[in-house]
Design a protein around this ligand. Structure first.
Ligand code: ADP
Ligand code: MG
Length: 344
């Protein structure tokens, strides 16, 4: 064993970092779709083959990447989204770590094709799990970006073993796409698996279209037994739909919560919602909801974990009380005979 200290090669450093963000195809889709959203895309197409392990292709019509920036896009800690610590504290973009593309390209065969806004031509870089020496070649592409990722973990067999069946991997991937599609009504999403369209939702601007999208992605009958929530207080805004007890579930599988447009799974949030339903839901039943919380980005820290699922509220108690009170009241306000029905 060598005892001298040396720097890890960029490839190995990236592969280690990839362990944190890339566990399965669903994680890659999340990162790539978030990049497309950050680029201002309003149409995002996702193609997956064999659960996303064989191929993932994410195509967007965002602002694209200029030729000179292309190799940098694949480098670690390279981002166009923040420059200073102040930016980090008020980060509005979904990405900011500058890590995803470097990590993903270190464990896949990645091709990135992009045409920047107002650019005459499109350019392409490829990286096959090697050090970040991608060459730039001309390509054909409309404005926007397509990233193709093939053969996940082809060079890290130990990680490959942890992948599950095609069906399981695809269901994770589909869930991820659902969450993203719920997070941004103004963006059209298409998801195909092995060439078959699984979800296709168009950009929605009117309330009725939003409702349709939620119903389309959650369950066609959800809206029939849901209460619309809209409340603003103390700098917090909550909007969305919560299912009546009649629409309760045997699993917590239809719970969507977004903080400033970001998909979040947070203990404090879960607890507040659970409390609000405590008196109206039978033991062992779980509510269904799609809720959107908005607050000053300075009052919430999203830089807690690389996957950014967790957040830290500056004033957790305020958020908890606000959620609890709003939902508790909304549920208490519905007709009493709609309550406590056993549901399906
Ligand atoms: P981050 O999103 O944290 O900045 P990434 O590794 O995901 O880091 O992406 C690196 C950079 O590549 C981004 O900051 C952005 O400038 C550029 N980029 C990645 N994907 C896209 C895309 N779909 N459209 C435009 N630019 C992109
Ligand atoms: Mg990113």
């Amino acid at each position: 064993m060598s005892s001298r200290i040396h720097l890890l090669s960029p490839r190995l450093a990236n592969q280690i970092a990839a362990g944190e963000v890339v566990e399965r195809p669903a994680n890659i889709v999340k990162e790539l779709v978030e990049n497309a959203l950050d680029a201002g895309a309003d149409r995002i197409e996702i193609d997956a083959e064999q659960g996303g392990v064989k191929l993932l292709r994410i195509r967007d019509n965002g602002h694209g990447i200029g030729k000179d920036d292309l190799p940098l896009a694949l480098s670690r800690h390279a981002t166009s989204k923040i420059t200073t610590l102040d930016d980090l504290e008020a980060v509005g973009s979904l990405g900011f770590r500058g890590e995803a593309l470097a990590s993903i390209s270190s464990v896949t065969r990645l091709t990135l094709t992009s045409r920047a806004e107002q650019a005459e031509e499109a350019w392409q870089v490829t990286a096959e799990g090697r050090d970040m020496v991608a060459s730039v070649a001309p390509a054909a592409h409309p404005q926007g970006t397509t990233i193709e990722v093939r053969d996940l973990f082809f060079n890290t067999p130990a990680r490959r073993k942890f992948l599950r069946t095609e069906k399981t991997e695809f269901s994770h991937l589909e869930e991820t796409v659902k969450r993203l599609a719920l997070s941004r009504y103004d963006v059209g999403f298409t998801l195909r698996h092995n060439g078959k369209v699984i979800h296709a939702v168009r950009p929605a601007s009117r309330d009725i279209d939003r409702e349709k999208r939620v119903a389309q992605l959650l369950n066609p009958t959800f809206m029939d037994s849901a209460v619309h929530i809209e409340r603003e207080a103390a700098g917090l805004t909550l909007q969305g739909w919560v299912g009546l007890p009649t629409f309760s579930r045997s699993q917590a599988d239809m719970q969507y919560f977004f903080v400033n447009g970001r998909v979040v799974r947070d203990k404090l949030v879960v607890h507040a919602i659970k409390q609000a339903y405590r008196d109206v839901l039978y033991h062992g039943r779980h509510p269904a909801f799609a809720l959107y919380l908005w607050l000053d980005p300075k009052l919430v820290d999203v830089n807690v974990h690389p996957t950014k699922h967790e957040v830290r509220f500056r004033d957790g108690r305020l958020v908890h009380d606000f959620l609890f009170r709003t939902l508790h009241k909304a549920l208490a306000d519905v007709r009493p005979d709609a309550q406590l029905a056993p549901g399906g």
